[in-house]
Design a protein around this ligand. Sequence first.
Ligand SMILES: Nc1ncnc2c1ncn2[C@@H]1O[C@H](COP(=O)(O)OP(=O)(O)OP(=O)(O)O)[C@@H](O)[C@H]1O
Length: 375
Amino acid sequence: MAGQLSATGKAAFTLEAVVAGGLVVEQLVTTLNAAKPWQLALPASGIVGLTGPSGGGKSTLLAALAGQRSCSGVVEFAGRTWQNGRSGIPAHKRDMSLGFQDSRLFSGQTVAQNLALAHRYSRRPLDSGARTQLQADFGIQHLLQSPVEQLSGGEAQRVALLRQLFHNAALQLFDEPLAAVDQALVIRRLLPTLRAFWERHPALVLWTSHNFNEIQLLADRCLWMENAALTGPLRLQDVARRLQFGDFGHTCYSRVEALVVGQQGGMLELSLGGHKLFADRVTGDYARGQSVAFLLESGDISLSLEWPGLSSILNCLPVTLVGRQALDDGRVRLQLRSGTQDFQADISCLSFERLGLHDGGQYFAQFKAGSLAGL
Ligand SMILES: Nc1ncnc2c1ncn2[C@@H]1O[C@H](COP(=O)(O)OP(=O)(O)OP(=O)(O)O)[C@@H](O)[C@H]1O
């Protein structure tokens, strides 16, 4: 169906999909962007990232879409007009939810009461099995009877995100919802859970984050907001390129896609361009033939000139060196290509010289089963 998630979890960003009832934004102007009106067209379902430098206007855009910030222009969603000119329908009449970094749980209530309220006011309530499973996946069952005032910052964020899933709105807006949660938990457990949730319960999701790893694991496209100018949706590779020279830090994660072959010895077996890969510590449920995305950390990859013999490192891909960039800590970041997939590896300058690597050279990239994050 146009605008729905495809079997591979990819959103179809076609004009027909948008016309069929997605989000249409025309000439949207707030006090922040008077000279740069926002235009946007997105399908009715799929996950879209939103990132860009701090202070660029991301939160302002979300607030305007939610009807929580004075603006002019047009906002339509699912064939309904939310904003036209200077007048708009109030937030509670829009089939949407907006989640914030600072949680904003209802004080004086328990976690369970906060969740129950979201369920009660949902236009598409989840059945009790789905709610119980989500509570388990988010690791908050032991907190259900706790007053929200007693939660840690990370716990409160998980509850707030869960509350938004229980509400299950057609348009779900998120503003850095996991910034305070432990990254290992986010990458290994919460993001796979979210992806599986939105596969089963399609919605249009705008996921705002400074953490591009989150966006790479959730979304297929990403909006870029800088100095109040909105660009996109862009391909993830194009956003990654913008971030490389920004405040992304030294750790670099690449998003890689592969097909599920099956399970073996507690591991997930994948195929990338006909080459077998193994992943361990997998938390999601995957079907044979399904396309999955995972992250590879640049520091986890080593290169060799020949196909390695039997080794405890289970994964090896033939790669071509297509580019490189010197880092300021004595290492070099290599841009590697295997089939249609690009990813990056950081090695020392010493190794680079000893191996005599050069652009266009064919090598072998090795990484452990535990290096495939986000599955
Ligand atoms: N209610 C407001 N009134 C006036 N200016 C505001 C208001 N809210 C935000 N701003 C300003 O508008 C600009 C954009 O802020 P916004 O919060 O939308 O950016 P952001 O991209 O979400 O930033 P961050 O990534 O740091 O959260 C900032 O300069 C901010 O100070």
